[in-house]
Design a protein around this ligand. Sequence first.
Ligand SMILES: [Zn+2]
Length: 424
Amino acid sequence: MKLPFLLFFALCCTLCIAQPYTVVIKGGHVIDPKNNINGIMDVAIADGKIVQVAKSIDAKGAIQVVDAKGLYVTPGLIDMHTHVFFGTNLDQTYSNGPNALPPDAFTFRNGVTTIVDAGCSGWRDFETFKKQTIDLSQTRVLSLLNIVGSGMRGGKFEQNVDDMDAQQTADMARKYPEFVVGVKLAHFNGYDWTPTNRAVEAGKLANVPVMIDFGGSTPTLSIEELFLKHLRPGDIFTHCFGQLKTREPILDVTTNKVKPFVWEAQKKGIIFDVGYGGISFAFSQAIPAIKSGFYPNTISTDIHTGSMNNAMKDMLNVMSKFMAMGMTLPSVIKASTWSPAQAIKRPELGHLSVGSVADVAILKLHEGKFEVRDTGYFGFFDYTGHKIEGKQKLECEMTIRKGKIVYDLNGIANPVVVTQQPRS
Ligand SMILES: [Zn+2]
């Protein structure tokens, strides 16, 4: 070899060595449903991205090494139904109001790296929401624009059909495609298809899915008609396990069977989303549905100041409930990572492929026999008081967002604190 080539070769090697991994996660059980990975693997991160997933990665030179032995390593969780347009307009509930939450205050301690705000803002106030919440959060915050121009202000504002403008909504969605992932219908009370049709029209104009929270009416609007006539494949039905007098449930309560057209709708591509919330989830719907093999496509919390302090609590508690009802760990992880990423048409999220953004959750699965007042079980209840027992419960050990450790419950990173922050 000629000397200049050797010099060039040596320089390249030096450059390689000069760029060590920022974080290497060692010995964890990786569950990455998109890539069909379910086993012990190491994960290496550099420059905010996943750079290697392999049986054994040499962590020499890494800025931080994480000991994940006995823990599960998954893509950062995606909660696609949250309420985060918090603010000080005290009479505006979820729209720049006190019922919504600051994202970073609840996400990272739960393994969540991406959330979707479900309709707190409409086209009139989205830019305020963006400026004060989306732009200032470390959590990735996306939005489903409310079909109501003034968003989730509560009371008469959300019942104002005249403020449901499909064109204006679609225009705002198209203006911010990086942040707006769809259109939301919420809280409308009345036997009227107009709000649904306006939301779907906006969705068509902006080429994004709609999420339907069917509000309420007496008599109830037909969900068969909703699924088979109004919604398109890819549209989302949230609160899918709700059982309220003013909404038609998916499970026939007299036979305890999932209605035939619901199976048909899921096959057609309607996304059934949990959207747990305050009173929008009942075990009386979910348990028989899951026993018969009807699983939600996506698990989400509908977190707000009310639901988080009631039966719902947080994302990992909801995921643990679905395991207690019979879903496997890989299936609840899929419904909280890759499936929501696809539902919101963000296929670059929700997995640990090499080259993708390093959003990672590290979870501990507690086994009931060692826990909770020697009963051997964890207790899970819904808002009606229906209680079930589960043997397993998930807890967040660590969250990594864009390659940076943003939450570490027990100091499993070595060193725990670094002064040299990973580049982002
Ligand atoms: Zn909601």
